[in-house]
Design a protein around this ligand. Structure first.
Ligand SMILES: Cc1cc2nc3c(=O)[nH]c(=O)nc-3n(C[C@H](O)[C@H](O)[C@H](O)COP(=O)(O)O)c2cc1C
Length: 201
């Protein structure tokens, strides 16, 4: 098992995948790590729908492409560098949906209050991403497919109290992703009061 800091400092969003399967045992291991995340009042409102069905994965791909072409591309083009835009576009137009497993991460409204829902689901997504990476698999936090109105809810038969919040592809990588790009910690951390540099940086 790799060192924790090697895992956390090299995890990145993957947007292309080999068709090779990810076995059930591995998915269970990754989702078990996800359920160990913190949640408000230990409410554990996360729900994981593991999508393997090629037809359903294609539907998720179509929903993502619809959101991308229906406005997300134009919005992102104003903010992302050309290379980054190409990566996200390639993911939105089939790369992400090409993973053999798509985990649709949802929140169960019966288990926590609205203000705590996302803060209680996204730590589980982060655990999921890290566990996948620790096991040598690619993954990514994506939200585009959940922005396509009720499409995902209808395709998966989600009851009204279960809201989709993210779709995480899981699969084997065609090639390593390279190092993550991050702003220096000195820009992000402060001592006691905003603007005071943190010693050690
Ligand atoms: C709230 C949120 C929504 C995101 N949605 C998408 C998405 O819809 N599609 C996508 O390709 N990446 C998505 N990402 C992934 C980010 O682009 C990625 O985490 C970020 O660029 C860092 O890149 P890295 O993981 O390669 O270091 C999302 C990330 C977050 C936190």
């Amino acid at each position: 098992m790799p060192d924790f800091f090697d895992v956390v400092l090299t995890q990145r969003a993957a947007r292309s995948f080999l068709p090779d399967e990810v076995d059930d045992e591995t998915v269970v291991r990754i989702l078990t790590a996800a359920t160990h995340a913190p949640s408000a009042e230990n409410s554990q409102p996360f729900v994981f729908v593991v999508v393997r069905d090629p037809e359903l994965r294609a539907v998720i791909g179509e929903l993502t492409a619809r959101v991308w072409e229906g406005g997300a591309r134009d919005a992102e083009a104003l903010r992302l560098s050309p290379g980054f835009l190409r990566e996200v576009e390639q993911g939105a137009l089939g790369g992400v949906a090409g993973a053999p497993v798509l985990v649709v991460v949802c929140g169960d409204a019966r288990l926590t209050f609205p203000e705590a829902m996302e803060a209680s689901v996204f730590p589980a997504v982060q655990n999921l991403l890290l566990a996948a990476h620790a096991l040598g698999l690619g993954s990514a936090l994506t939200t585009m497919p959940v922005l396509a109105g009720s499409g995902l809810t209808e395709a998966l038969g989600l009851p009204p109290e279960i809201t989709p919040l993210a779709v995480v592809p899981l699969g084997h990588l065609p090639k390593p992703l390279g190092p993550p790009r991050r702003r220096p910690l000195a820009e992000k951390a402060h001592l006691d009061r905003y603007g005071n540099p943190l010693p050690g940086l």
